[in-house]
Design a protein around this ligand. Structure first.
Ligand code: ADP
Ligand code: MG
Length: 258
């Protein structure tokens, strides 16, 4: 999509009464406990909340990397639970980019091979111009022939972002993409993600602990105990920090954050 094309109406991702329960030695953990949320096309959402509040589980179920225990997930008009494993894999490979906190690059492949792997797996014809633009923008053009072990953490995360963007996904899910980066590298990665939304109409859902990172988003959703406890358009950094502080103080189950 380019900025001159109208964005599709409706939601790029929508979850309805989403739950994901884990059975840990007979004890049920309600990682996501009934979440309703809609992420319109061309928006950048930050997902925040204490450790263990269900952020990663929400992202993984919404991205089709994990099946919900109950509830529904829509990517565009497609409801994921209706898809076979094969169809789900195909949808992930064509429409969804995922950036993991720990990069998950393949050590035996070069940077170039890592970036083009999702394209090869999807069977799509590589769009050389787009790949060149992505590589340029994430700043890894000079690193294409290196192996991941020969890169710094920041460089590896840039490669992981390029890999996620290579297929021109409609939706990018990023789980603490700047958590392992220094401040300067983090801000360049965040600026890149924001420009994907502003210039290419992509939809980004990003988990972060950092109020500064969240301030790049145009909406902040806060989770606590597997539920959404705040959903705020364009809060400033101060407001985000205040919400998180409040959340840290209140008792489990009695959270009320405007
Ligand atoms: P966050 O990303 O907000 O830190 P997670 O989604 O990783 O939270 O985890 C939410 C809850 O689910 C936590 O209590 C965590 O221990 C639990 N959990 C996450 N993944 C698993 C798993 N694979 N097996 C068992 N419990 C899990
Ligand atoms: Mg997590």
């Amino acid at each position: 999509m380019t900025k001159n094309m109208p964005l599709p109406t409706g939601a790029a991702v929508r979850v309805e009464q989403l739950t994901r329960t884990y059975d840990v030695g007979g004890q049920l953990v309600h990682a996501v406990a009934g979440v309703d949320a809609s992420f319109p096309y061309g928006t950048f959402t930050a997902v925040m909340g204490p450790s263990g509040s269900g952020k990663s589980t929400l992202l993984q179920t919404a991205a089709g990397l994990d099946r919900p225990t109950s509830g529904r997930v829509f990517v565009g008009d497609t409801e994921l639970s209706r898809l076979s494993e094969t169809a789900l894999t195909r949808l992930r490979r064509t429409k969804i980019g995922f950036v993991f906190q720990m990069f998950n690059l393949i050590g035996a492949l070069s940077v170039e091979e890592n970036i083009s792997l999702p394209l090869r797996l999807s069977g799509a014809r590589p769009d050389r111009r787009w790949l060149a633009e992505v590589v340029e923008r994430v700043g890894v053009a000079g690193l294409l022939h290196r192996r991941p072990a020969e890169l710094s953490g920041g460089q590896q995360q840039r490669v992981a972002i390029a890999r996620a963007l290579a297929i021109r996904p409609e939706v990018v899910f990023a789980d603490e993409p700047t958590g392992a980066l220094d401040g300067e590298t983090a801000s360049s990665v965040l600026a890149l993600l924001k420009s994907m939304v502003d210039d290419h109409g992509q939809t980004i859902i990003m988990v972060t602990h950092d109020p500064v990172a969240a301030s790049y988003a145009d909406r902040v959703v806060v989770l606590a105990d597997g539920r959404i406890v705040a959903d705020t358009p364009q809060p400033g950094i101060d407001r985000i920090a205040a919400q998180l502080t409040t959340l840290g103080r209140v008792q489990r189950g009695s959270v009320a954050v405007a």
